[in-house]
Design a protein around this ligand. Sequence first.
Ligand SMILES: Nc1ncnc2c1ncn2[C@@H]1O[C@H](COP(=O)(O)OP(=O)(O)OP(=O)(O)O)[C@@H](O)[C@H]1O
Ligand SMILES: [Mg+2]
Length: 482
Amino acid sequence: MSVTIEARLKPDYGGSLQEAIPVLRDWVTTNYGTLSLGQTLDGGDIMGTLAENIERLVVSDTSEGDALRGVATSTAKIRVHPYKYFKSPPQTVEIPMGNEAGDCCPTVLMHELPSVNFAATWDQLFFEPDIKPALLRFVTSILIFSDRGVSLDCVSWNRIILLHGGAGSGKTTLCRALAQKVAMRSFSKFNRTVLLEINTKTLLSRWFAESSKLVDALFNWIHTQTASAPDQFFCIMIDEVESLASSRRAAASANEPADAIRIVNSLLTSLDRLKCRRNVLILTTSNLLEVIDTAFLDRVDLCQHVAAPSLVATYSILLSCMQELIRCGIIIPENEEVCTLTSKKQPFRSCSSFPCRRRLNFGLFKRRLTYKGAFHEAVGVSTTKFSLSRIQASLYDYNMAHVFKTVRPDLPSSKLLAVAAQAKGLSGRALRRIPLLMHATSVEDESMGLSSALDAMRLVVEAEQKSARLAVVANKEVNSTI
Ligand SMILES: Nc1ncnc2c1ncn2[C@@H]1O[C@H](COP(=O)(O)OP(=O)(O)OP(=O)(O)O)[C@@H](O)[C@H]1O
Ligand SMILES: [Mg+2]
């Protein structure tokens, strides 16, 4: 059993991150009997300068997933990852081409990680429960293999991850979020982590044989950077990799210029050169897996399908949007909708994630829950063990919404669940657009009540589903005429 804790320190903390690890680990095992996924720890009583510098301590994953009972700290392996955020905006880097410059110059977008710009990205992505842990486990194994110096002659790996799936399923965002996680988890091992987003458009020249030279120049630059800074970690992201790695066989049979073949060859040889670099991870995405060259696919170590959101993911995306609009005062929860799960005596006093109570306005939680019995029966835990962060105002998380959907269909979370079911098949991108459409189509004033927002959301989802169906029909017609 294992528990991973991410410890965010203040940006100006000057102490050693390595030394912070055992201190935090001991403090956790002394103060917490069990830990659950997502739990925020109150580090107020940590001793010394470290205490003043801790911004956030959170359980980011456990071997038990999101099981309610948590993991016993006495028997679990506790991993602590201290990190600090960088605030600098991303920079565009132009790769020098020397005398070979045509009218193109490859560019990459460089982010210093962990970046405050990606602070919420990982938590705001909702997939099937196994995807994010599988990716994290995979990058952790890569870091461990590199760290221990496992011989490439014996065990072969290329440090390449490919995320593939439909448009708007979250592949690009997940790559950035994963790079951020890598940075957080390798902060104490590498002095610096950067994400280099390759701008593939700047590698495709209209001049014959020029594109493969651009690919070579770019990867030579990456090779030099990674070799000259072994204490830095480089996440290299190639979004829509099919534009560089499309099938050579198809190019040859379509009588296309040999240029396409040269680009793939350059890419493959460049990737082979990079695989010995222990400080490199290559993150790629595609929504056209079928056109990618088999030699590239063969080099991919983890090929992960990213599907359109399931019902749980759809609900969670819509819920996060609603919570954001409530936070910004665009949606106002009406009084009668505000209720929470509390026990009659001292609510949440025994909850280990109690620190979150400080952030909540208890005035909102006046109504006592009358259907506690139904909840107990369905979930099988005492309400006092529930983290307040799960019980935001009147909108519950998926499990709770599911419990209440038949006993209280009038609750906002039950209505939101119905909207989520209706939104089946819409991409994550389409779902995240819904709040804006909802506001634009229904509000005369700047803000709206929660009930009206949910009604408006239902209408927008209906309209989106209709236009998605029309788009499918139009696509079929176009394909049949080609
Ligand atoms: N599963 C998801 N959970 C939460 N948000 C999502 C999800 N999928 C997509 N989104 C949101 O949709 C938007 C678009 O996502 P992104 O650009 O990563 O998709 P993509 O798969 O790369 O699409 P494309 O194939 O068109 O490039 C982002 O704002 C992202 O946060
Ligand atoms: Mg994308």
